[in-house]
Ligand binder design. Structure first.
Ligand SMILES: Nc1ncnc2c1ncn2[C@@H]1O[C@H](COP(=O)(O)OP(=O)(O)OP(=O)(O)O)[C@@H](O)[C@H]1O
Ligand SMILES: [Mg+2]
Length: 366
């Protein structure tokens, strides 16, 4: 059940190029629109300095970082919601993802075709948003008809609630806004959970810039930041072209040299991976034994038994307690034993909400 981030944007803006520097899988990338048709799925490793530190301290036989899936989706054009370009098929690919990375072309390069003839990320963003919103409006209206019928026949409080929410969605979508601006109560979330609207998915924006703009951005990036300031969404600057070149380099030293020249401490894609990971509302805990040091992914807010279930369902079913060491303590004191002696290992029960970076040891009984 690996969660997926989908990369969306207009054709030829650099989605596949970005995908290639993010994942080990290789997608075809070329200077013509609709180069990608079938979605490319890749697995990416989440970079985490804490895992490196734990590995140094524990010296395990094996190390296993967290991963997530990333999908490179075909470019979308105006009218896609009505079947233009690759149309609806592409929208289905987006529906299957859990979060969206929206790539905006912010680089000038006369040799790279822009489907709408000029570089204008704000217009591009509106084009994509509008197509997603139109598709959602279609979904909402179809569902509204059905739910309204159900709500009429006798007692059906759930259908009534659904109708209410759908009407709110319809209103904002008709105003050209995304459905994510509608705030839902827990009960409302429950009745809408199989709706899978495209514009309720969390989104982050990637400004794809040229080499010279990777550290400070450019006028296009500024315009994007201004345009999304009410959306409460993150805007990242990545030079996909140059990062793809760096990813091709063999040695770590060469990569570092290149990054330094660009004025970057780490590849822009690392920042992007971390941002995408938190966009999915995921966090990490660790297990640190001599056999294996491993990073595990759990949904933010999970209690100890649910987090244990990520390792094995038996751990959840037979959960007794968890022994928890904070990463900082482990890192400072150097070992599990040292933490125990210093009283830095806590025993937690079923109600414990796991915190990002916890080092866990589960006791269970099956
Ligand atoms: N930051 C950049 N600067 C200059 N050229 C770039 C940059 N990013 C990508 N490109 C170039 O843009 C072209 C299109 O890239 P890519 O194939 O990744 O686009 P795409 O969004 O996947 O397109 P499609 O929707 O057709 O699949 C390629 O020639 C690529 O090398
Ligand atoms: Mg592509």
């Amino acid at each position: 059940m690996a969660l997926q981030c989908g990369i969306v944007g207009l054709p030829n803006v650099g989605k596949s190029t970005l995908f290639n520097c993010l994942s080990n899988a290789k997608a075809q990338s070329a200077n013509f629109p609709f180069c990608t048709i079938e979605p490319n799925v890749g697995v990416i490793t989440i970079p985490d300095d804490r895992l490196i530190r734990l590995t140094e301290l524990v010296q395990p036989q094996k190390v296993q970082p967290s991963v997530m899936e990333i999908v490179d989706i075909a470019g979308l054009v105006k009218g896609a919601s009505k079947g233009e370009g690759l149309g609806n098929k592409f929208l289905t690919n987006i529906r299957e993802t859990n979060a969206i990375i929206h790539v905006l072309r912010c680089f000038e390069d006369g040799n790279i075709v822009h489907v709408d003839g000029s570089v204008d990320p704000i217009r591009d963003k509106e084009t994509i948003d509008m197509e997603l919103q139109l598709k959602d409006l279609e979904t909402v209206e179809t569902r509204l008809q059905k739910a309204a019928k159900l709500a009429k026949v006798g007692k059906n409080p759930e259908a009534k609630k659904l109708v209410e929410v759908l009407e709110r969605y319809q209103e904002v979508l008709m105003q050209g806004k995304s459905a994510r601006v509608v705030e839902l109560s827990e009960a409302e979330e429950l009745v809408t959970k199989d709706l899978h609207l495209l514009t309720t998915k969390p989104v982050l924006y990637v400004c794809n810039v040229d080499e010279a703009s990777v550290t400070n951005g450019n006028v296009h990036v500024e315009a994007v930041k201004e345009a999304v300031k009410d959306e409460n969404a993150e805007v990242l600057i990545v030079g996909a072209g140059i990062e793809a070149d760096i990813a091709e380099l063999e040695s770590y030293e060469e990569k570092q040299m290149f990054l330094e020249d660009l004025g970057l401490e780490e590849p822009g894609v690392n920042k992007l991976i971390k941002a995408a990971f938190s966009l999915l509302e995921l966090e990490t805990y660790f297990t640190a034994g001599v056999k294996e040091v491993r990073s595990w992914t759990y949904p933010k807010g999970a209690k100890a038994p649910q987090a244990a279930g990520v390792i094995h369902t038996d751990f959840e079913k037979g959960f007794i307690r968890a022994e928890v060491i904070k990463y900082e303590d482990f890192s400072n004191l150097g070992s599990e034993n040292a933490c125990k002696e210093a009283g830095k290992m806590n025993v937690e029960g079923k109600e414990y909400v796991v915190q990002d970076g916890d080092i866990m040891h589960f006791r269970f009984n099956v």
